[in-house]
Design a protein. Structure first.
Length: 490
């Protein structure tokens, strides 16, 4: 991939957004139906009640460093990006291995051979929101006076694990890398963004001796929906103002957008979130059509949003009302989420990738996609992107779509593990956490080719890694002469 060119006219670079994307997921999964049996809960509690099919997980052979090493190197190889063409690199994660040393500095070892050390950015943390904060920073860098014409690289990676019990089924793991620059196939729409930030204790990790969070499940759902309402109201005002500036008399609604992707703790919450936005649209409509599309909704017109977070009548009614909209605009984005689980910072971008591989470049061209990102504590944002109109062979959209087809290959070639295997892996991770020296016990053979893994942790807590060799794949345009070993000073 050639370097991006800096404009000589002193104006903003054109069509800044996501140029390339890569996803990494663990090679092992457990069926959620097996977890239902193992946990002794009713059949369908996880699969139907939460909308989850499978859950990916890591043994003690992988950590957030290895996940991010894997996804970054895969992106650089698959898109043939020169390491010298990266000028900004930022990581969003809530998976903490070190209270000082960042994952970004670990990733810098991938750049050693190129000699490129002039790379801005570090690491950001706020639950599942860090990846979006890193993306916003990358966009700001490209559009700033500091931009030197090179690409920015954003990485979002986490391992979501919970103590044994009812929350464990909402775990997952994975990482996403995004190349950011001008002339992108996914253009972030300038001026159409709204954030909502607040101080709550819905989900947090105060115990640094454990990977497990403290979670108030009901409060967390309420905060998610509250943030969704606030972000949508703010985004809607800005989008409506943009329509007016363009001379349009149209009213902004969900139907103005072709698709909508959400941060996905579990898929059923995403479906409820799309219904929630339809409810917002209904309340904002100054002249609802009670004889047509709004027939039967009269009783809900005077309700206040803050009184309806757990109103089952509202939920059921608007789930049904928005069913066709969900099938069209959001359900295609849930492939990775239902098959892998919650990737925390990478979750919403796994949903974006799922949407992008659900249609051909020709079908995607010109569409607008809404994005809602949420992190407990809380931090949230809503923004939108426009997909390039150019879907011709060799275009950036064509290349992106082609390369993302590897995601289906990953999903189809994982190894199924039992619920007993998952339980053993979690106990192994518990015993290994913060331990030094330590040699991981998880098997290497089960890992995907090209995966980075931990070889050992020395007595000074420095974590050493190697990369499992790549195998040639006819569908991959990947060079296979890359350096396959490194270590970190962590």
């Amino acid at each position: 991939m050639p370097s991006c060119q800096k404009s000589q006219c002193g104006c903003w670079p054109q069509d800044v957004g996501i140029v390339a994307m890569e996803l990494y997921i663990p090679s092992k999964f457990v069926e959620q139906s097996d977890l239902e049996t193992f946990d002794g809960v009713g059949s369908g509690k996880y699969t139907v009640g939460l909308g989850q099919t499978r859950m990916g997980f890591c043994t003690d052979r992988e950590d957030v460093n290895s996940l991010c090493l894997t996804v970054v190197q895969r992106l650089m190889e698959r898109y043939e990006v020169d390491y010298n063409n990266i000028g900004y690199l930022e990581v969003g994660t809530e998976t903490i291995l070190d209270k000082s040393k960042s994952v970004k500095t670990v990733l810098m070892q991938l750049f050693e051979e190129s000699g490129n050390t002039d790379i801005e950015g570090v690491e950001l943390k706020n639950a599942c929101y860090g990846g979006t904060a890193a993306l916003f920073n990358a966009l700001a860098w490209v559009e700033s006076s500091a931009w030197d014409g090179r690409y920015a690289l954003v990485v979002a990676g986490d391992i979501a694990v919970y103590a044994s019990g009812s929350a464990r089924c909402t775990g997952g793991a994975g990482s996403v890398a995004m190349l950011v620059g001008p002339n992108a196939p996914l253009v972030i729409e300038r001026g159409l963004r709204c954030s909502h930030m607040s101080h709550v204790y819905d989900f947090y990790k105060p115990n640094l001796s454990s990977e497990y969070p403290v979670l108030d499940g009901k409060l967390s759902i309420q905060c998610y929906l509250w943030a969704l309402d606030k972000c949508y109201q703010g985004y809607q005002r800005k989008a409506q103002a943009a329509l007016v500036r363009d001379g349009s008399n149209a009213r902004f609604t969900l139907n103005t957008l072709d698709a909508f992707v959400f941060h996905s703790p579990f898929c059923k919450l995403v479906q409820k979130s799309l219904a929630r936005l339809a409810f917002n649209d209904f309340l904002l409509d100054p002249s609802p059509d009670f004889n047509g599309k709004h027939s039967g909704l009269e009783a809900f017109k005077e309700l206040k949003l803050e009184d309806t977070y757990f109103d089952t009548d509202v939920q059921k009614t608007f789930l049904e009302y928005s069913k066709s909209m969900f099938e069209e605009k959001t359900k295609p984005s849930l492939l990775v989420s239902t098959q892998v689980g919650n990737m925390y910072t990478g979750s919403v971008y796994g949903c974006l990738i799922s949407y992008l591989i659900s249609e051909s470049p020709k079908e995607l061209a010109g569409k607008r996609v809404g994005v809602f990102s949420y992190g407990s504590g809380l931090a949230s944002s809503m923004y939108s992107l426009k997909i390039s109109n150019d879907y011709t062979p060799g275009s950036t959209l064509d290349k992106l779509s082609h390369n993302l087809l590897a995601v289906r290959h990953l999903l189809e070639h994982r190894k199924r593990a039992s619920a007993v295997d998952l339980d053993a892996a979690m106990k192994l991770r518990e015993s290994a956490y913060c331990k030094a020296p330590y040699v991981p016990q998880g098997p290497i053979d089960d890992l995907f080719p090209g995966t980075w893994y931990i070889t050992h942790v020395d007595d000074k807590f420095r974590r050493m890694y190697e990369r499992k060799p790549l195998l040639h794949c006819n569908n991959d345009k990947i060079p296979y002469n890359q350096k396959s070993k490194t270590e970190t000073g962590q």
